[in-house]
Design a protein. Structure first.
Length: 124
């Protein structure tokens, strides 16, 4: 799982740059066509969560604690939820939401594979 966290973290950081540029274009398109959609704003939020998730993934890849995986589940899960519900005419946001969903599910698997955290009395 350490290798997955490193690779997904790097890819998430790179993809977040692409998502933010596409979201800006979608937001400008929404504003010019006056169609009352929020897909551009939702894309920027997904990009920020994707960037944050990538950084957390890289930072916690060697950690034995469960906190990093819980943070990844929340970050990527929230990004996927926002992307799926607010994509509007910005259909590429669905693709990025699937990437976030995959990362969230793999973080859940990593969480379930880690053992119960030890207390100080069990370590002695």
């Amino acid at each position: 799982m350490k290798m997955w966290k490193l690779v997904s973290g790097i890819l998430s950081i790179i993809l977040s740059a692409m998502v933010v540029f596409q979201s800006c274009a979608a937001g400008i398109s929404n504003a010019m066509s006056n169609n009352e959609e929020i897909s551009g704003t939702a894309g920027v939020i997904v990009a920020v969560l994707l960037l944050t998730g990538g950084i957390v993934s890289i930072a916690t890849r060697k950690s034995e604690h469960r906190n990093g995986n819980i943070a990844l589940i929340i970050l990527f899960g929230l990004a996927a939820l926002i992307g799926f519900t607010c994509h509007g005419s910005y259909s590429d946001l669905v693709i990025w939401s699937y990437w976030c969903l995959i990362n969230g599910v793999l973080a859940l698997i990593a969480l379930l594979r880690t053992g119960k955290p030890r207390t100080k009395s069990e370590e002695a």
